[in-house]
Design a protein around this ligand. Structure first.
Ligand SMILES: *[C@@H]1O[C@H](CO)[C@@H](O)[C@H](O)[C@H]1NC(C)=O
Ligand SMILES: *[C@@H]1O[C@H](CO)[C@@H](O)[C@H](O)[C@H]1NC(C)=O
Ligand SMILES: *[C@@H]1O[C@H](CO)[C@@H](O)[C@H](O)[C@H]1NC(C)=O
Ligand SMILES: *[C@@H]1O[C@H](CO)[C@@H](O)[C@H](O)[C@H]1NC(C)=O
Length: 381
């Protein structure tokens, strides 16, 4: 029996790894993972902040959706590759009121979101008014209202767009958040103050996860934060740095050190959560290692120099963001996209291209960068 289970799991692992992103169906039985509920920032926002405020502008979405799709990229995000891998549809944003389908989950992520509530507004600084605790509130409302409607709806057309109430406890709960707590920290605090705030940030993350557990969530897939010091929007404006300011891959060393410290404390907190939440399966995923691995091996992995930006113009204090116009040296410039986004890692200086997201997804889904090292299809759904 154990051997059989092992063989089955191993076969699923191998077949699913080989088929990431391919058109062919996987051997994972349909319905093994009934739904995904995602929480996070723009790294996994599939249309939330765009629905709440302003739509994304072209050329976002050009590679895959062929229109702006509410994502900060030319195409799919890691969360889209996760959905494909589990044979589920792309997640609708909870905040989107048009054309949504929540039968297989919902996305509560919003661009700019932090773990901790910020003391500033979206209009001033782009801080999302939907930080993690609010995203969890949205989930609680969503669960209660969709359960009520599902149980009381007579029209199959309504039911078919809602999750089955019993699926909430069997769903996958994914997280990718923390980058903006660090980015805001760089803006408003000294490095020492930011380091001192990390335990509080990580504890608030844990509190949100505990609340989801109380609601019945059991399977958690937690991305750590990426190498923020490698984001080209920062690195392209570094000129004549003092020796040691940049590391051997051109990333801001002190910024990455803070991300690494956040990740260390997040990992420790996840270990602690395993004893606090005995029925939960918690997987900590080292997205940092995947992204940094890609950046440090860009050329051998088929990408151009890692600090190139595909869409957007950032130099000497002048920023024209992707899809916008601006004046540089008296000339109006439109920031359109590069000829071949599939060879560039950074889409707009902050977000990754679809090609980079695909590469990262391929390196995390089989569990080789996870603690415990279990693939996304082997979770106890
Ligand atoms: C917001 O301001 C309050 C009161 O000054 C402070 O205690 C809190 O730490 C601040 N939050 C953040 C995320 O900076
Ligand atoms: C569904 O149908 C039942 C029985 O026909 C009826 O009592 C109930 O009011 C209907 N519910 C809704 C939401 O229309
Ligand atoms: C603007 O002018 C500066 C100084 O002459 C030059 O270094 C820079 O490349 C120019 N920028 C663009 C976009 O032409
Ligand atoms: C996981 O996938 C990556 C990328 O394809 C590969 O390099 C790695 O060896 C795989 N690990 C396992 C345990 O299959």
């Amino acid at each position: 029996m154990e051997i059989l289970r092992f063989v089955v799991a191993w076969t699923l692992l191998v077949s699913s790894v080989l088929r990431v992103g391919s058109e062919e169906p996987m051997t994972l039985a349909p319905g093994d993972v009934p739904a995904i509920y995602n929480f996070g920032d723009s790294n996994s926002d599939t249309g939330g902040i765009a629905a709440a405020f302003f739509p994304m502008a072209a050329p976002c979405g050009e590679t895959f959706f062929h229109r702006p799709s509410g994502r900060g990229s030319d195409g799919r995000l890691i969360i889209d590759f996760i959905a494909e891998h589990l044979k589920l549809p792309y997640l609708s944003a909870y905040l989107d009121s048009v054309g949504t389908n929540f039968q297989h989950g919902a996305n509560f992520a919003t661009g700019g979101a932090t773990i901790r509530r910020q003391n500033e507004s979206w209009f001033e600084n782009g801080a999302s008014p939907f930080p993690l605790d609010i995203q969890v509130e949205h989930y609680v409302q969503f669960k209660a209202r969709s359960t009520y409607l599902y149980n009381n709806a007579n029209e199959t057309s309504l039911k078919s767009r809602l999750p089955k109430p019993e699926d909430f406890s069997k769903a996958l709960y994914t997280f990718d958040i923390g980058q903006n707590d660090i980015a805001t920290g760089f803006r408003k605090m000294t490095d020492e103050q930011l380091r001192a705030a990390i335990p509080n940030i990580v504890n608030q993350f844990a509190a949100s996860l505990q609340q989801l557990y109380k609601e019945g969530a059991r399977v958690f897939w937690i991305h750590n934060t990426g190498p923020i010091g490698c984001l080209p929007v920062t690195t392209v404006s570094v000129h004549n740095p003092v020796p040691g300011y940049l590391d051997e891959n051109g990333c801001v060393r002190s910024q990455n050190e803070i991300a690494i410290e956040f990740n260390k404390q997040l990992n420790n907190r996840v270990v602690q959560l395993r004893t606090e939440l005995p029925q939960a399966a918690l997987t900590y995923v080292d997205v940092y290692a995947a992204k940094y691995g890609l950046i440090s091996n860009a050329k051998s992995q088929g990408f151009e120099e890692a600090h190139k930006i595909c869409c957007g113009h950032h130099e000497r204090g002048v920023s024209i963001w992707c899809g916008n116009k601006g004046i540089i040296n008296g000339t109006e410039i439109y920031s359109g996209s590069c000829p071949d986004p599939s060879t560039i890692i950074s889409w707009d200086g902050v977000h990754y291209t679809e090609a980079a997201n695909f590469w990262v997804a391929n390196h995390i889904l089989n569990g080789s960068l996870s603690d415990p090292p279990i693939s996304i299809t082997q979770q106890p759904y």
